[in-house]
Write a protein of this length. Sequence first.
Length: 333
Amino acid sequence: MQALDQMPHGADPALAAEIDRIAGVAAELARRIARGGISEHLGSAAGTNSDGDAQKALDVIADAAFMAALKGGEARHYASEEQDSVVTLNPQGRFAIAIDPLDGSSNIDTNVSIGTIFGIYPAEATPDASFLRRGRALLAAGYAIYGPQCALIVTFGDGVLKYVLDPDTGRFVLTGRIAPIPAEATEYAINASNYRHWGAPIRAYIDDRVAGSEGPTGTDFNMRWIASLVAETHRILGRGGIFLYPGDDRPGYRNGRLRLVYECAPIAFLIEQAGGRATDGRENVLDALPDSLHARTPFVFGSANKVARLAAYHDLPSSETSALFGKRGLFRS
Ligand SMILES: O=P(O)(O)OC[C@H]1O[C@](O)(COP(=O)(O)O)[C@@H](O)[C@@H]1O
Ligand SMILES: [Mg+2]
Ligand SMILES: [Mg+2]
């Protein structure tokens, strides 16, 4: 049975069929997640992936389910967060699929939104040629969000489509196109517990938002941190604002936490298609060349004007970015 009630108009039918396979798995995962704890414990520990991340049962289940479903189609290469290296599925297939099978794993057992992120490239002869390339080469990208509602958000490079899962039929219903990301927004998302590890431009940017109407922006802001990239993306697509996961000075976090190939490039493609901007703080993420499958990148995305403003903080002289800190120093005894 087709998982999408309507195939996207004008899209390459073979590409749309791959999205339909992904949608079929997403619908089944949504069903299993809704029943979590009844007959299986999806949040229990299940080992460690190649990057040293602790895996949950659902990470492993989701990875196996996507790999099995994509095997029967046009996927030649499969690059997953949960696999050390690229897996060849159909040697004759036309596509290379990068996937974060389960994003936001730390939220599985807290009943907070989690998701799946995917990007589809034309398959090249080798795995490296297929995936170690700029995100600009993506043919399609999207995510499924498993939340109070399960939705599938997808782009084929001509705007962004939204499907909603009808739990009664197990099919995704096309509900329309996503409107351009609003420019006016006062929400920012960052894991503020890492403040002391950030560089001066990020600290200064956040200091100015925390200062709110008493600071240089003259505006009060609100902070969000869901710790699920898909959920933050979903909110920003609807309401605007900015998300930041910068590099920091913790061991292993020089380029932040998020992975370029199967997390940031697909989200960046969606965000640009919705009129927003996605950078590493300064440069567009879709122009970044990954040097390895699991490479990380600092990641900033959201309303185009907000992301541009953050970039400007990197060009301020250090006397400016440390100004507020200096002032605070006066109050220290
Ligand atoms: O726990 P932190 O450092 O705030 O990181 C949260 C980030 O890590 C992630 O959970 C990483 O994704 P995975 O769960 O796929 O490893 C993102 O969804 C989220 O934005
Ligand atoms: Mg992830
Ligand atoms: Mg993951």
